[in-house]
Design a protein around this ligand. Structure first.
Ligand code: NAP
Ligand code: MG
Length: 490
């Protein structure tokens, strides 16, 4: 009983959908539940939207686009988004606890997520009245200029690994550009996207500008993407689902941003600062138990430093204890029993079928008092060949593979040797090598001497199978406005 209280939000988490400023049930009253991944216990519930509900949400967002949101001056829109950032910060501790309960992530990471979400609203608020066009010189007889117009109603399909930050990452630039948004959070982690509706209401966002439809991806998500009134789809998730979304959006020629994960390398050259490389590698793979699209899941190390890196990484990984996210342990549970199973399968295949060396971890973890939790041990697979499935496939768990190379040139080739191209890190004291790597690597973000360097203002997105389109920074805005050119004969 005591444990139930300690590991609860202290409030009921049976939520309703946010459509047109109201909190509503699904048209057929169906509901779904969500669990705490550390205990396996149900902690909340929400409606399972029908296609009718999705229709109502899109119609409401369409009306708001042409109505109240358009009527507001860009400066007023920016002020509303600034207020959203402030209210989110006021609610930060409550939101962080709920994010941890729903997703499993350690509390410090959830706190960072909430702060980052507020930072997205703050950052894009400033652009609401600065998205201005150009004038085009055509000579004496013409006047020509461009308008930046909102693309329209956007669909935002959110993954379970960063529930609120991914929502804010797409919604804040969309709203700043004058678009409206219908959000479909992942069924595993829908709570904070729903609670954001209350915050945006309080900030003065008009009804219909931010709607949330909850439910399964195959039903609510698919109906939303296929809706003919959706002008742009922002999607983060798996390659396969992203490909389906692109096909569906094609039916009504909606533009798409696809952020599809990766197999990002952390390259450590022989002249690297060893301590920085060790800290960076641990952070790259064990943040959010490896359930990060931009995780550095492949260590590519020059032979000279291989033994030294392993000597430091293995005991550090072995010492990472798991626990309930609210106790802020070094590592939390995976999001679901399903995710635990697939991570375990990847590692078993590496061990048994591919005979790879599991230097540490390689098994689920039993955490006393949390027998229903989905914990997996921080794992390192040593000296893996480039063609091993563990090196090529996104595992999305706390599993690092190590590839040994003989030179900086080979490191680039090996780093580029997967079908993905999201992020890449390099540790070296040689600026020319670092810059040559930055030039030659297939990745949307390159981190030199600090993995995950950057943040809200730095453009983010992939190449190859990691997708296309950019989020974060100024670059994200271009998904949310279209240029109209007006030319007059005088
Ligand atoms: P997923 O299927 O790609 O789910 C991502 C989002 O898409 C969720 O909101 C999901 O809803 C929704 N969705 C699913 N099918 C849809 C459809 N037909 N139309 C519209 N929306 C749809 O990912 P997953 O199954 O949860 O995870 C599988 C793997 O994807 C992971 O192991 C990982 O490798 C990868 N992944 C990557 C990221 C990333 O950040 N790039 C994030 C999550 C997962 P529901 O979840 O409610 O069904
Ligand atoms: Mg949950």
């Amino acid at each position: 009983m005591e444990q139930t209280d300690r590991y609860s939000a202290g409030e009921a988490l049976d939520l309703r959908m946010a459509i047109d400023g109201k909190r509503v049930e699904a048209s057929d009253r169906a509901r779904m539940t969500t669990e705490d991944p550390a205990t396996g216990r149900v902690i909340g519930s929400f409606p399972a939207a029908t296609a009718d509900d999705v229709d109502r949400a899109v119609a409401s967002s369409k009306a708001a686009l042409k109505g109240a949101w358009r009527a507001m001056t860009p400066t007023a829109r920016g002020r509303v988004l600034s207020r959203a950032a402030a209210i989110l910060r006021r609610e930060a501790e409550r939101m962080a606890r709920i994010e941890t309960l729903d997703s499993g992530k350690p509390l410090r990471e959830a706190r960072t997520d909430i702060e980052t979400s507020a930072a997205y609203f703050e950052y894009y608020a400033g652009f609401a009245d600065k998205l201005q066009g150009d004038s085009i010189p055509l000579g004496m007889d013409y006047m020509s200029f461009t308008l930046h117009e909102p693309v329209g109603v956007t669909a935002q399909i959110i993954p379970w690994n960063f529930p609120l930050t991914t929502t804010a990452r797409g919604v804040a630039p969309a709203l700043a550009a004058g678009c409206t948004a219908v959000v479909k959070p992942a069924a595993l982690t829908s709570l904070t996207s729903l609670l954001l509706a209350d915050i945006l209401d309080e900030a003065g966002v008009p009804p219909g500008v931010y709607n949330v439809v909850t439910g399964s991806g195959s039903k609510a998500g698919a109906a939303l993407v296929a809706h003919p009134d959706i002008a742009h789809v922002t999607f983060t998730g798996s390659v396969e689902t992203g490909q389906g979304i692109m096909r569906s959006a094609a039916s009504h020629v909606a533009s798409v941003t696809l952020e599809l994960g990766g197999k990002s390398p952390v390259v450590v050259l022989a002249d690297a600062d060893l301590d920085a490389a060790v800290e960076g590698t641990l952070k790259a793979i064990y943040t959010n138990a490896g359930q990060v699209c931009s995780a550095g899941s492949r260590l590519v190390v020059e032979r000279k430093l291989h033994a030294a890196m392993m000597e430091r990484l293995v005991p550090r990984a072995a010492a990472m204890t798991a626990g309930h996210g609210l106790d802020d342990p070094p590592i939390g549970p995976l999001v679901s029993a399903e995710q635990l199973r697939t991570v375990g399968e990847h590692v078993e295949r590496a061990r048994t079928r591919n005979s790879l060396t599991i230097a540490v971890g390689g098994r689920p973890l039993k955490v006393p008092g949390f027998e229903g939790g989905h914990f997996y041990a921080p794992t390192i697979i040593d000296d893996a060949p480039a063609d091993a499935p563990a090196v090529q496939e996104e595992i999305f768990g706390p599993v690092l593979t190590v590839q040994i190379v003989e030179s900086a040139e080979e490191a680039i080739a090996v780093a580029n040797g997967t079908e993905f191209g999201l992020c890449a890190g390099i540790y070296t004291r040689n600026i020319s090598r670092a810059m040559a790597f930055a030039r030659d690597i297939d990745a949307g973000q390159v981190f030199i001497n600090q993995y995950f360097a950057g943040g809200v203002p730095t453009p983010f997105g992939g190449t190859k199978m990691s997708g296309f389109g950019r989020e974060k920074g100024l670059a994200a805005l271009s998904s949310y406005y279209r240029v109209k050119c007006v030319t007059t004969r005088l």
